[in-house]
Design a protein around this ligand. Structure first.
Ligand code: ZN
Length: 392
């Protein structure tokens, strides 16, 4: 009665099994690691192949969550993937039922109704070329989208910019980057909100250059992309880069730096799969890099203040002391090396203190981050500058 199709944008599923039990269709599956050591992202379409289109009760059964980054029996109840019926709006699934087997393995089960011909299911709200196209349509004519090079599989890497800045320009500048870990879609929705807010600021905005899909191959292929082979993109930022994407973005950072007063670089991520603490950032290690820590902390404080208690995680500024497969430089370390303060920002796949995060919530986080940066730059970004009546 049901079929699974993973050949949709960002498709990812492994080991699917479909069977009917007690009037419900049971869809068991795993997230696919796509050749890397870690997995978390999944995305697929369920198709109703029956003659009728009466709602079909479906049980989604995600297996062996202990193999997924940041998931465990203790936090399984916080995991709320998204689904959409037909081409409709994405919505969170209802809270799940964790299932711990006698041997200790843990699965998670969600209930849903398939009404109509198809339903798409994903770990979090997808963000790819369609969603970026919507953003570009809304900021059309005011921002440029230029190809700065290609990925290691030959896909174009696009960089957005809000001004034709000439060499030696004296406006403050921001460099933004998302999806180094390609499955971390909350970073894209936050970037979307930031760009919309900077667009509303008009000529008062800082110079903004932004790479929406740094790991564009992983975005297109539905890879989770954290620690993936041949080399995690966010560990490839040595002076001699270990991935071609970094080889492309590094000279772009230098071009940006020559055309503004470089104020800040921001790298947008998502944390472990079950974390539900809104947005927070990683700062340089205080004991190893006290000067860089102090400068980044000033920016982090400005962003935390603007996010407010509903959206800012506690604590907001953290030190990345988890073990890494590659001890080579991150994006923010490269930025510090070339004299640019940088923040690495994490936004939950799930929730913040104000409740479950939806697309508007992610954009709101981005808008507040933009406002915090603008306030620190002493840019008057008030209501009068709004283009779409969306200013707060
Ligand atoms: Zn990441």
């Amino acid at each position: 009665m049901l079929e699974i199709d993973a050949r949709i944008p960002h498709g990812n599923i492994a080991d699917p099994h479909i069977q009917t039990e007690g009037g419900k269709v049971h869809v068991a599956f795993s997230a696919h690691s796509h050749g890397g050591p870690e997995c978390l992202w999944f995305c697929f379409r369920l198709k109703n192949k029956a003659r009728h289109t009466r709602p079909i009760p479906v049980v989604l059964h995600l297996r062996n969550i202990g193999n997924m980054l940041g998931l465990s029996p203790g936090n399984a109840r916080h995991v709320r993937p998204v689904c959409r019926i037909g081409g409709g709006l994405w919505q969170r699934l209802d809270p799940p039922r964790p299932l711990v087997h006698p041997d200790g393995r843990c699965d998670i089960l969600w209930q849903m109704n398939l009404a109509g011909r198809s339903a798409d299911v994903a770990f979090c709200y997808p963000y790819g070329s369609t969603e970026l196209g919507s953003l570009l349509g809304d900021i059309c004519g005011r921002w440029s989208a230029d190809t700065i090079g290609v990925s290691q599989a030959g896909r174009p890497i696009v960089r957005l910019s809000n001004a034709k800045a000439a060499k030696g320009g004296r406006r403050p500048g921001l460099y933004l980057i998302a999806r180094q870990h390609s499955g971390e879609t909350p970073g894209s929705w936050v970037l979307d909100g930031m760009i919309r807010r900077f667009d509303e600021m008009g000529p008062a905005a800082p110079i903004v250059w932004a790479v929406p899909f740094s790991n564009v191959d992983g975005v297109e292929q539905g890879d989770y992309g954290k620690d993936n082979f041949p080399y995690d993109l966010n560990r490839a930022w040595g002076i001699l880069p270990m991935r071609h994407e970094v080889r492309v973005i590094q000279p772009d950072l230098h071009r940006w730096k020559e055309r503004c007063i470089p104020a800040l670089a921001v790298d947008l991520h998502a944390p472990g799969g079950a974390e539900k603490d809104g947005a927070y950032c990683f700062l340089p290690n205080k004991s190893k890099h006290p000067f860089q820590h102090r400068i980044a902390k000033v920016w982090a404080d400005a962003v935390e203040k603007s996010l407010g208690p509903d959206y800012a995680g506690k604590p907001f500024g953290r030190i990345a002391d988890y073990p890494s497969r590659w001890e080579t430089p991150h994006f923010d370390q490269f930025c510090h090396r070339i004299g640019v303060p940088a923040l690495s920002l994490e936004t939950s796949y799930q929730a913040c203190r104000a409740g479950m995060l939806d697309i508007d919530g992610y954009r709101q986080i981005g808008r507040r981050i933009a406002d915090g940066i603008a306030a620190k730059l002493k840019i008057r970004a008030g209501k009068g500058l709004s283009r779409q009546g969306g200013a707060e």
